[in-house]
Design a binder for this molecule. Structure first.
Ligand code: TMP
Length: 206
């Protein structure tokens, strides 16, 4: 039986990445085979593109095309084969991030996004997307506290991140059947309980 495809999304500083490995471990404890991966990245070529995307200034459409180029490779080499083998794939960011960052944040023409998505995804969408949402000020505070060098996206101004957040929220309304909104401004324990309940539902619906 084909595996399920779970993605994690949210603005920078929403804390989603700290839940990725935990959720994968929960699935493994239930006897499922799980592959954890991320975007941009997930393949040797994708990781090289990630380095460029996070640090090299470039035109918005170049940025979008490289995100989708990395995604094409990721789908062909990693995601599709794993799902076909029956593995569950847990991916830290996917196409919703392009919608939110390049579309919402930078104003990419929606028609161009949709054309690329149709070309590259060929109809594939995650079975479940966990969208971690929290006020911008809280997310910013977390990034400052982490005290590390910031990438090109993290360095963007507050209004950029506000547009990214809004684009994610709009998308969650549009794809309510697969995107679950998580209030990330709660303790780790509370968030894990919520995630656990969502996982149980997803496993049952298998
Ligand atoms: P990460 O810090 O969650 O690993 O993500 C790296 C950055 O890449 C993050 O700031 C969001 C950005 N990004 C996009 O702008 N578009 C995309 O399609 C993806 C996957 C990530």
């Amino acid at each position: 039986m084909r595996g399920k495809f779970i993605t994690f999304e949210g603005i920078d500083g929403a804390g989603k990445s700290s839940h990725v490995d935990w959720l994968a471990e929960c699935l493994r404890q239930r006897g499922l085979s799980v592959l954890v991966t991320r975007e941009p990245g997930g393949t040797p070529l994708g990781e090289k593109l990630r380095d460029l995307l996070l640090h090299e200034p470039m035109h918005l459409e170049t940025e979008t095309l490289l995100m989708f180029a990395a995604r094409r490779e990721h789908l062909a080499q990693v995601i599709e084969p794993a799902l076909a083998r029956g593995q569950w794939v847990v991916c830290d960011r996917f196409s919703d991030a392009t919608w939110a960052y390049q579309g919402g944040g930078r104003g990419l023409d929606k028609a161009k996004f949709l054309a690329l998505e149709q070309w590259v995804l060929e109809g594939l969408q995650p079975d479940l997307t966990l969208l971690f949402d929290l006020p911008l000020e809280v997310a910013r505070e977390r990034i400052v506290l982490a005290n590390r060098s910031l990438d090109r996206f993290e360095q963007e101004r507050a209004d950029f991140h506000e547009r990214v957040r809004q684009a994610y929220l709009d998308r969650a309304q549009h794809f309510a059947h697969r995107i679950r909104l998580i209030d990330a401004n709660q303790s780790l324990e509370v968030i894990r309980k919520i995630l656990d309940a969502i996982l149980q539902e997803t496993i049952k619906s298998n």
